[in-house]
Write a protein that binds this ligand. Sequence first.
Ligand SMILES: Nc1ncnc2c1ncn2[C@@H]1O[C@H](COP(=O)(O)OP(=O)(O)OP(=O)(O)O)[C@@H](O)[C@H]1O
Ligand SMILES: [Mg+2]
Length: 250
Amino acid sequence: MIEFENLFYTYPCSQKPTINNLSLHIKEGKRYGLIGNNGSGKTTFLRLANGLYQPSKGVVSSYGKPLKYDRQSLKLWYQRVGLVFQDPEQQLVATTVEEDLSYGLCNLGKSNTEISHRVTQTLQDFNLEDLAHFPVNYLSLGQKKRLAIADVMILKPKILLLDEPTAYLDPKQRKELIKQLEHIFQEGTTILLATHDLDFIYRWADWIFVMDRGKIALQGTPDEVFEQKEILEELDLDIPLELKLSKGKK
Ligand SMILES: Nc1ncnc2c1ncn2[C@@H]1O[C@H](COP(=O)(O)OP(=O)(O)OP(=O)(O)O)[C@@H](O)[C@H]1O
Ligand SMILES: [Mg+2]
């Protein structure tokens, strides 16, 4: 569905590439987890995947067709590959919830009738109806995160990328978010999310990529990945609590 081949990316003021020969393939209809230590390049990769950054070398392609970085191609790409930032403040742009949801569709030049229809539907899907006219600034963090996902999903992307969606959420909000993601997945959207929440990713993902110093160090099903104790230890990565407990019982 989307292929990343031998990507390199160096930040303008940096000496070394942050993304350093990274290759990764995403197939339709799967749940992907992206894990790795602080600074391993997860957020940078998500920005490359969404087309916000252009690799200095390597190819990003969809069904074998390379992404071009002209305005029109990028506009289509952003629609197909949606990215939810870690910090919802970076995503939310308008004054009220309803206006915020309309923003992306306005930019795409959709008709008022279509915008109104999709906003109503999305408010329902994301349980935001009661907050439709509420100022975005006054939302709780959990509500802001929910709105940031709704902002992306209203554009009906084929693949949803999320940067640490469960970070800083209390257990109840975390549970609700996981339920929401499952619903989005069941409706037909492929999901790839970066996280430090190993307990969640172990249970949720079909496939896990482990990043280290700008490339994929390890990948496989959750069981395959967390079996690789030596590699994980080398990368200073922990294993999910569930596995630790089951090991303790043996
Ligand atoms: N705007 C920037 N300019 C220069 N260097 C940057 C910039 N943003 C990130 N970096 C560097 O790129 C490297 C990778 O950062 P990135 O945020 O992609 O890692 P990450 O895996 O998402 O980390 P975390 O788990 O802490 O979110 C880090 O060394 C970081 O300092
Ligand atoms: Mg990050």
